[in-house]
Design a protein. Structure first.
Length: 305
């Protein structure tokens, strides 16, 4: 029996895999650096070789047929394995560890500790990217991600670090000016952060929010920015006592109330399973989980049981 791969160029499989993964010929073309017409032509040629359609052409996107879904699963697995093997062959597997992480997690918690990892592993250089966007780890731009969420990323190996908890934080002078003695006193403060997250905190504190309460004054996509805004604007921001433990211990920030509800999510290390056993990734996973397990503030805020 002849080998069916002998009749199909690898370039066609690569283009098909990208189009299937992105559900778009246009986005596949952008990722691969070719024209949309080239993607369409290669997919059409592949369909003609196989004698069946792989995509349904819709108005603004494409969808896989049943046969296309079957081939896409195999193609993605094959391409992922090839990328991992090529990285190892090219020497990239152990030399540089590339991490994408949420800004506040990276700046407030990881960066002050990262020197310890590099001292323990001087042969591994670390490149840290901070972004709120969820990177596609299958593309190989990053080795691993530090993400916030529920830990339900399909086809990824996920390791829990600690829970997502928040509490009001402000400058000592702000606490004194507002006379913060009861959680309800925060209703008259300029509250910085998501209104929905503030509602969760007030509920945990037993405060009923009704009437013309002061609206939040600023809302960013990173706790670091919101806490900085609170300091500059004499306001109160929601922030993780785990992230800002140093500032609280040094007195630069105060936590007026010992109420830090669990928001039902957490922070996780995420890595494609086929890369999880690479030495540099395994070393970092062991190190960061040990750091999280030893963090006294994180320990105190773990969910009971």
């Amino acid at each position: 029996m002849s080998d069916p791969l002998a009749q199909i160029p690898l370039s066609a499989i690569r283009i098909f895999e990208a189009a299937a993964r992105l559900s778009s010929f246009t986005r596949a073309a952008q990722e691969l650096g070719v024209t949309q017409a080239a993607v369409s032509w290669q997919v059409k040629a592949l369909e003609q070789r196989l004698g069946l359609p792989l995509f349904l052409r819709l108005t603004r996107e494409v969808a896989l047929t049943a046969e296309g879904q079957r081939l896409a699963r195999a193609a993605t697995e094959a391409m992922t394995g090839l990328r991992a093997a090529l990285n190892e062959i090219n020497g990239a597997a152990d030399g540089v560890l590339t991490i994408t992480a949420l800004p506040s997690l990276a700046i407030q918690w990881l960066a002050p500790r990262l020197g310890g990892f590099q001292i323990a592993h001087p042969d591994i250089a670390v490149r840290l990217d901070t972004s709120v966007s969820v990177a596609d780890l299958r593309r190989g731009e990053f080795d691993l991600a530090l993400r916030g969420g529920r830990g339900d990323w399909p086809d990824m190996q996920v390791t829990a670090l600690f829970r997502h908890v928040q509490t009001p934080l402000c400058a000592p002078a702000t606490r004194d000016r507002l006379g913060l003695r009861d959680p309800a006193d925060l209703l008259k403060a300029e509250r910085i952060g998501s209104p929905d997250e503030w509602a969760v905190w007030f509920a945990a504190a037993g405060v009923e929010v009704s009437g013309p309460a002061a609206p939040p004054g600023f809302n960013a996509d990173a706790q670091t920015l919101e806490v900085a805004a609170a300091l500059s604007r004499d306001g109160v921001a929601l922030g993780s006592p785990i992230f800002f433990a140093t500032e609280i211990a040094q007195g630069r920030l105060v936590q007026p109330f010992d109420i830090a509800p669990d928001y039902g999510t957490g922070y996780f290390l995420v890595v494609p399973p086929e890369r999880a056993r690479l030495r540099k990734i395994a070393a970092f996973r062991d190190w960061i989980t040990a750091q999280a397990a030893a963090d006294p503030v994180a320990i105190r805020h773990q969910r009971p049981g």
